[in-house]
Structure formats: structure tokens, C-alpha cells
Design a protein around this ligand. Sequence first.
Ligand SMILES: Cc1cc2nc3c(=O)[nH]c(=O)nc-3n(C[C@H](O)[C@H](O)[C@H](O)COP(=O)(O)OP(=O)(O)OC[C@H]3O[C@@H](n4cnc5c(N)ncnc54)[C@H](O)[C@@H]3O)c2cc1C
Length: 386
Amino acid sequence: MVLELKSKIAIIGAGPAGCTCAYYLQNEFEVTLFDIASPLRTILPTGGGRCNLAYGEYDFRELVKNYPRGEKFLYSVFSRFSTADTISLFDEIGVDTYMQDDFRIFPTSNSSADVRNKFLDALKQVRFIKEKVLRVDRVNYLFKVVTDMASYNFDKIVIATGGHASYNLIKYLGHKIVDPVPALVALKTNEDFSSVAGVALKSVRAEFGSKKSLVGDILFTHKGVSGPLIYKISSLMAKEAFPYNIYIDFVGDIDFQDVLNKNSHKDIKNILAEFIPKSFAEFVLTKLHIAMDLKGHKINAQIRDKILNQLQNYQVQVVAPVKDGEVVTCGGVSLDEINPKTLESKLQQGIYFCGEVLDIDGFCGGFNLQNCWSTGYIAAKGVMQS
Ligand SMILES: Cc1cc2nc3c(=O)[nH]c(=O)nc-3n(C[C@H](O)[C@H](O)[C@H](O)COP(=O)(O)OP(=O)(O)OC[C@H]3O[C@@H](n4cnc5c(N)ncnc54)[C@H](O)[C@@H]3O)c2cc1C
């Protein structure tokens, strides 16, 4: 009888990307997943505990447009594994999914913990080692994985260490790291909005950067601004220097003089409350030193224009991202050094990368996890092909 020895593969990082890669490799190889902590714990906070695992865009040419970094690179990746494949993957491991009206896809259980349990159940053939990987050395045709406890030999290595972690071990392999900065993050402002913290405004238009414009929902916080609109701006401006300005139009085109004429005996704070939340109207009036009970007919052209300017062109100066609040890292392993068809390093044959460790990041909506499922799969295929 001839015993065929399976090749040994080490995957460093048991987040969504590493676990996906392990799932597709486990039947053909001897797979070991290293993680400093419990596997797939990083999925628990996703989608506010509900795990927004994908976005309902089934045309990969459109899907790639949601990645400020990595759009071109993902074209080839998503042409082979995108939204429909993600749904099939979850179906296979017993996670039913549904799509919300806003196209975001969640597990029917609405539970990240459920997704994690089912995923881990599906990794029956994988060996988990809870140790920190310090470095990877090439020894002849093998790789030695050195951890804080021991060292182990493998035929191939997949690196899936996520954002903002373990870049030293990657640099040690000769790879370039594009400077990591936070994206999808709330923003600190020079103006103090704490008196209106918690106030949200829907569908406002923001202008920022060089003629960029977006419509979305904003939330004031104790530190500055947040909400879907701000997250998207933080992503598009991730590489820009602070401070920068965002100009917000809260009300759109209105004939404010006509509004004042029709409400000539009303207090200005109540007139404004037709367009913006009352507490924010009071905040704006306080800032402009205008009495809350000033009647519509008492408002002259100068005061009118001062108010209108705040409603249509409110300048928010952003000074920094809110510390430790980022959802995703912009930056990571330079894509120039990775083959998009296999996710193998162009510098180190036998080493592959997947997930957020790559210089890829998407908007909110399930795009970052989609990157993990897709690149995890392609890295597995890359390992199988070579
Ligand atoms: C609060 C929050 C909510 C989010 N919600 C969503 C969402 O709803 N939808 C979405 O698409 N995206 C969401 N994201 C983003 C998404 O979670 C990440 O993009 C995704 O987890 C990245 O997966 P990854 O496998 O590449 O890396 P990670 O999940 O970061 O996993 C990397 C793993 O590697 C391990 N590791 C690192 N270095 C070493 C080492 N040297 N040795 C051993 N182990 C190591 C880490 O312990 C970690 O477990 C959210 C992120 C946050 C923070």
C-alpha cells in the first residue's frame, strides 16, 4: 500500500479570510490555522452583531466599484467568486441568508454568533493552534513558522492577519506595506457638537475634497460626526491630510424668504424645525446669536442669509479620525507584489495573502467581508494550482 502524504499548509490568522481559505483547502491538504486568540472572534461585532456578510449586487463589474482601494485588483477575484458564491458558501455550511431593502445581506438568524458557530463546525478537518506567529523563515523548500511557543514546518503559507496587525512579519518577507490608516470611521471635529449628540439628519448632501459630493445620513456625536455618510467620506478621504472641510446642505433648495413670509408670526426655531430637528435648529440659532423666538417677519435679508448659509452650506472642519473606532484599515500589503489570479506573492513563491491584510478596503454594506470570502477562496485555489 502506498501512503500519499498530504502537503502541509499553514494559515496565519483565523478571521473570516483565513477560515474561508481553510474551508476550501481542508479536504485536500493538512491545514493548520494559527491565531493569537479564538478563531473567528472578529466576526462577532460585525453588522452590530448581525453580521452583514455581503451586499446584493450580483454583477461583479458593479460590485468592484464599492472598493476605494483594490477595485482593479478585485475584478479578477470577483469574476471567480462574488455575491452568489458567498450565498452558496453559507448555504453549504447551513447559514440561511436574506437581503434587506437596502441590499445588505444578513444571516436569517440575524446573529454573528450563529454564523461563527456554523463556520467553525464546517472546519472539522482543520487543526487550530492558539499561538502568536512571530515570523516565517524559508528553509530549503519548506517554510518554518516560528511562534511564541514553538516552530513548525509547512509546504505553503497563507497570511490572513487582517488590518493593522503583524505587518512586521510581512515586511520580514520583503513585502512592502502601504501605510495603514483608518477608514470607515467616525470623525472628530474642531466644533463641539456634544449638545446635539445623538441627533441624526437623513439624506443630507455633503461636499468635500476636490468636488466630491455624496448624499446620506449624518449623526452628531460627543466627538464630532458619524453615520453612514461620514463613514463613506472617511473612506474616500482616508489618504488625505487632516484637517479638511465637509460642507453640508441639510435642506436642499428652498425659497427661504417665501417660508418666512408664510410663517411671519411664528418663532424662528419653530420655522426651522420644519426642516431640521428642533434641537439642531436651536444649536444653529445659538451659534448665530439669534433669539429663538424671533418672528418670521422680523428677519431681515442679512439674518435670513446667515441662517440659510448654515442650513445649506454648514462647514464642518474634520481634525482626525475617532481613535480606535475604525471598521476597516486602508493600506496593507501592496497589491503590486501579489498575483491577482492566485493571490501568491510575486516575491516569495509559496506564500499567499487574503483578506484585509491586503491593501483593499470597501464601503459599509458587507463589502469588506465579501473581500474576505472571495480572496480566501482565490488563495485556496492558488495553493491548489501550484
Ligand atoms: C465593529 C466592526 C464591525 C464590522 N462590521 C462589518 C460588517 O457588518 N460587514 C463587513 O463586510 N465588514 C465588517 N467589518 C469589517 C470586517 O470585520 C473585517 O474586514 C474582517 O474581519 C477582516 O477579516 P480578516 O480575516 O482579513 O482579518 P481579521 O478578521 O482581522 O482576522 C485576522 C486574525 O489574525 C490574527 N492574527 C493577526 N496577527 C497574528 C499573528 N501574528 N499570529 C497569529 N494570529 C494573528 C488575529 O488575531 C485575527 O483573529 C466590521 C469591522 C468592525 C471592527
